[in-house]
Design a protein around this ligand. Structure first.
Ligand SMILES: C/C(=C\CNc1ncnc2c1ncn2[C@@H]1O[C@H](COP(=O)(O)O)[C@@H](O)[C@H]1O)CO
Length: 239
């Protein structure tokens, strides 16, 4: 018998039971590295993520450089935004790593709020920062990115590098292509983001590669209060 399937006489394929094969640890392990098995692991990441975050409540994702040092003004800005978001009733979700992520988690945690970190397995593992109170470690970037979009009502983007750009531009693309309902995206740090905005307007928009509405999706400011007020306004508009 093979599970619910009855096999008799010439249809019997081998004499072992399914349990016997399951419990036998001998044999090849190459299946561990097959795409079929990876699909199970990917599925498990979605299941874990959805399960852990489903009851989080209103949350804002804060992105920014893993390399921001604690004595840099961008770190203080990250702490400030984490704290103000909690004071406004939001949980704070970051990538759970060092730098700007740690700063936002620290601000959120010290303000007594829910401080979430969605960590990612990297070759140069740094682990979840100490200010994360609810943490999930992901193997796959794409599963992790789904969690930021699904469980955040807005994105605040601190100065950052390639990882931050990836997160910012993914959000913009999802809104532009109407894969998600529009949500506020605020870039903090006019001096840092100004050059990018100038290029987007002066070259990308001028060459017709984006529409004015695409760039209007982003607000650039130095004012943390303005960033938080935008998130609050979006929450009120959606309730
Ligand atoms: C570079 C170092 C550690 C990296 N650790 C990270 N942990 C969690 N999330 C990360 C990490 N690095 C990048 N990310 C994600 O990308 C964004 C930051 O990338 P950037 O290139 O530094 O701007 C961030 O929002 C994360 O989601 C050791 O210093």
């Amino acid at each position: 018998m093979r599970g619910p399937v009855v096999e008799r006489r010439g249809q019997v394929r081998d004499g072992s039971t399914t349990d016997e094969r399951l419990l036998d640890s001998r044999g090849p392990t190459d299946w561990l590295h097959s795409d079929t098995w990876r699909v199970m692991r990917i599925q498990a990441e979605f299941v874990e993520g959805f399960g852990a975050l489903a009851e989080l409540g209103p949350a804002i994702a804060v992105f920014g450089s893993a390399r921001t040092q604690p004595d840099h003004p961008h770190y203080a800005m990250g702490e400030d935004v984490g704290r103000r978001l909690v004071e406004a009733g939001f949980a704070v979700i970051t990538g759970g790593g060092p730098g700007a992520m740690e700063a936002a988690n620290k601000g959120a945690c010290e303000a007594g709020g829910v401080s979430v970190g969605l960590g990612i397995e990297l070759p140069f593992e740094s682990g979840l920062n100490q200010w994360v109170d609810k943490g999930i470690n992901f193997r796959y970037f794409f599963a992790r990115k789904t969690m930021f979009v699904k469980y955040s009502q807005g994105f605040v983007v601190l100065p950052g590098g390639l990882g931050t750009f990836d997160e910012l531009f993914e959000a913009l693309t999802l809104v532009q292509t109407r894969k998600v309902t529009s949500f506020p995206i605020v870039l903090l740090g006019t001096a840092y983001w100004g050059g990018l905005m100038d290029w987007l307007r002066g070259t990308v928009l001028a060459e017709g590669k984006v529409s004015p509405a695409d760039l209007d999706m982003m607000v650039v400011t130095d004012d943390v209060d303005e960033a938080v007020a935008m998130m609050v306004a979006a929450r009120e508009a959606s309730s």
